[in-house]
Design a protein around this ligand. Structure first.
Ligand code: NOJ
Length: 755
């Protein structure tokens, strides 16, 4: 009987011509009609099955569970009660599970295979925050392409990335996963990443579905504490939080993930306002909304739903199409439909979206499209991917300080000491979210030095704490008590010409659940840094971190600081390239570095208060015990050369403001500069930030060479969303600033008058 039904289903699809349309997004009418026919053939339970996602739970190539907790899940696959899975990967595993569903379920609807391929897969690229520091959109797209290629080759067809949450709070561990604090930069990077993952054509087995997450507001968790309450106003929502999501949707992203937080008192997974009104109705999003892991069931802890049945109806009615790991839909949704709490039309709309993605990928035509073991062998850790990873890592690094001409390093004839346990570590550089990579598979800094034949003496100074790399207590990743290695570190520093210290956070001290209250160098590293500096001030600090750190003492004392972030698999080689000047650093901060964690939240595009100061007396907006200025502002980053900006010109051409500036490389080596354009609306009916990024260009210049940089700004970019999400474009004076950071001083003004 099953066979007959499958033949009928195939004919439905074949006759509709749908098999030729898989590559298109949005899909054509004939595919929608094919989905209609498929929906008509499905039972309610099968429909809800498409809305149910399970986590990978057993070795699918091994013996299937006969009993126990996973038995019911196994049966659910055969009964067509599962539409997608996450964390099942590898061609053998994926094929086995796909076969189970395609061959044994009544309608044989193929599964989607999801995975968090966030910044790489087997090859690990820099953490996304680092990549954002490159401001290099083609490079970021290339990087996502590598992740997609390797993930696709291993059977995955859906990544839960990019995370496009804007955040202003470096305590939040997940800032490592995003593009930082700015909505304009965030939107551009969101599109580049979506393009990188999805490509242009879903008929290719190397292109996978992307997910813009977490919708919405997750980056605004109070106090930077993960999963915490979010309490933001409508202006922040429309002007800061939503733009990267909107850009991703316009860029064709296939799915959007709900966030864990509440928004306006409603858990985002049940937010009709966010999902139905904004995403699906206003933005006309046609893809799938997937819950976050258990974000449905967590509504009970939020005090919003009393039980899982209510979770099911609240989430489904709000438009959350797929339930990841709450077991609400699979166990309770049909009962909610029967009780009249959820309409069949609502179910059909969600199922249609899931089926659309399956059509789009061509899975009805070939459910094993991503299951080619030769491809898996060839593309896993492909040598070209290492090249991309090394290149991306170099482009991501930010030179924060360079005095005494310590950099680029002239190592010949110099005695070099390398200090810091992280310099020898091969795991930390991978950062968080690298589930498909081999632990400790990165090139360490010491290995990078060895490969470049640099001679050095090495001392860890303070050791790392050994432990389970994923679950050990992250606060203790770097030793807080053992000072036994300090004396040796100081002794090699004393006799060296230059000391390279690699200090910072371990790669697993940021990421989900890894919020920190203090943004210092963890463990005893500050102590070691000061002790080394006391005997030898020629210190180059290589700062490795997943978030901005308050390294105020280092910024004041240490002559050279290179921010390397967590650079991925090629870490040691890339850092060495930059230290030696084989690559001239070109990164710019995508997030403000605070002087102290007590300044948080701190961000460049804040409003002016009524008492901005500075004033001699006390009554202005400031701290009496700390500057209110950042340590390093958004957009900041140095180079081994120097750039100067001059001759800023504005012209109005129709609905475009044309901004031109002259940029000169005034130093002695070739370098790249990210020229940034900021605006400020002087007076408006809604108060505007003191500066807003509205354009950037990354250019390379040979020494002594000048170029004219042109920004073409559509006047709509002068606008601002009001609390209902309507763009206001008001006449009046705007200040324009162009330069190498958000503190740019070269300015001019523009009178916008509505036509
Ligand atoms: C929870 C995270 O918040 C989300 O970003 C991720 O995609 C899921 N877990 C699945 O791993």
């Amino acid at each position: 009987m099953f066979l007959f039904q499958r033949i009928v289903l195939f004919l439905f699809l074949y006759l509709s011509g749908a098999q030729y349309l898989f590559a298109q997004w949005p899909l054509s009418d004939s595919t929608e009609r094919a989905i209609d026919r498929l929906l008509a053939a499905m039972t309610l339970e099968e429909k809800i099955g498409q809305m149910n996602q399970y986590n990978g739970f057993w070795d699918v190539t091994g013996p299937a569970p006969k009993a126990g907790a996973d038995k019911f899940k196994y049966d659910h696959f055969k009964q067509g009660l599962v539409g997608s899975v996450l964390n099942v990967r590898g061609v053998t595993q994926v094929r086995a599970l796909q076969e189970l569903v395609v061959k044994q379920s009544r309608l044989g609807i193929p599964l989607l295979f999801g995975f968090d391929a966030v910044h790489g897969y087997n090859t690990v690229l820099p953490i996304p925050l680092a990549e954002a520091a490159s401001w290099d959109l083609p490079a970021i797209e290339r990087s996502a392409r590598v992740s997609a290629t390797e993930a696709a080759a291993s059977g995955i067809n859906w990544t839960f990335a990019p995370m496009v949450d804007i955040s202003r709070d470096a305590r939040w561990g997940r800032v490592m996963e995003g593009a930082g604090e700015d909505p304009f930069l965030g939107a551009k990077i969101a599109v580049a990443r979506v393009k990188g993952f999805q490509g242009n054509d879903f008929s290719s087995p190397f292109n996978i579905l992307a997910t813009a997450k977490h919708f919405a507001g997750y980056g605004f968790a109070e106090g930077g504490r993960d999963y915490n309450t979010v309490d933001v106003n409508a202006l922040t929502l429309h002007n800061t939080i939503l733009p990267p999501f909107y850009a991703a949707v316009n860029g064709g992203v296939a799915s959007v993930m709900n966030s864990f937080n509440i928004f306006n008192g409603v858990p985002a997974t049940a937010s009709h306002f966010l999902v139905q009104d904004i995403l699906k109705r206003n933005w006309k999003f046609k893809g799938v909304v997937v819950s976050d892991w258990g974000s449905g069931i967590e509504m009970i802890d939020h005090g919003f739903a009393e039980n899982l049945s209510q979770v099911a109806s609240l989430a489904a009615n709000a438009g959350s199409d797929v339930d990841m790991e709450s077991y609400a839909y699979v166990n309770h949704l049909s009962e909610e439909v029967r009780k009249g709490n959820v309409s069949i039309a609502t179910i059909d709309q969600s199922v249609r979206r899931v089926l659309r993605l399956k059509f789009m990928l061509g899975l009805f035509k070939d459910p094993y499209k991503y299951c080619d073991s030769t491809r898996e062998r060839v593309y896993s850790m492909h040598p070209e991917h290492s090249q991309v990873a090394r290149d991306m890592a170099k482009r991501s690094m930010v030179l924060l300080k360079n005095e005494k001409q310590l950099l680029p390093l002239v190592e010949k004839g110099k005695k070099i000491a390398v200090i810091g346990a992280l310099a020898a570590d091969k795991n930390s550089p991978l950062g968080n979210w690298r589930l498909a990579a081999k632990d400790s598979s990165a090139v360490s800094l010491l290995e990078g030095f060895d490969a470049a034949s640099i001679s050095y003496q090495y001392a860890p100074g303070v050791k790392l704490v050994a432990g389970d790399p994923v679950h050990f207590v992250q606060e203790l990743a770097i030793n807080t008590t053992d000072t036994s290695g300090m004396a040796y570190a100081i002794s090699i520093a004393r006799t060296a010409d230059i000391v390279v210290m690699m200090l910072g956070e371990h790669g697993l001290q940021s990421g989900e659940g890894r919020s920190r209250a203090q943004l210092n160098l963890p463990g005893l590293q500050q102590q070691v840094l000061e002790a080394v500096y006391a005997v030898n001030p020629n210190v180059v600090l290589v700062l490795t971190t997943g978030r901005p750190l308050a390294i105020t003492w280092a910024a004041e004392h240490i002559p050279a600081i290179l921010l390397a972030w967590q650079p991925g698999s090629q870490s040691g080689h890339a850092i060495t390239d930059v230290l030696l000047g084989k690559y001239n650093p070109s990164g710019k901060l995508p997030m403000t570095f605070p002087r102290s964690d007590s300044q948080l939240p701190i961000y460049y595009n804040h409003f002016s208060t009524g008492r901005p100061g500075p004033k001699k007396e006390v009554f202005w907006s400031h701290y009496i015990d700390e500057s209110h200025a950042p340590l390093y502002e958004f957009g900041f980053g140095k180079s081994y050369t120097h750039f100067s900006y001059s001759d800023l010109q504005l012209a109005s051409r129709g609905d475009t403001v044309v901004v031109q500036v002259n940029l000169t490389n005034t130093g002695s080596v070739v370098g790249e500069e990210v020229a940034q354009l900021y605006i400020h609306d002087r007076f408006s009916s809604i108060v505007r930030p003191i500066r807003e990024l509205k354009g950037f260009k990354k250019v390379q210049l040979a020494p002594g060479v000048s170029t004219t940089i042109t920004f073409e700004l559509p006047v709509s970019l002068l606008g601002y969303y009001n609390e209902t999400g309507t763009l206001l474009l008001e006449p009046g004076w705007f200040d324009f600033y162009v330069g190498g950071s958000s503190a740019a001083t070269l300015s001019t003004s523009f009178l916008y008058s509505k036509k």
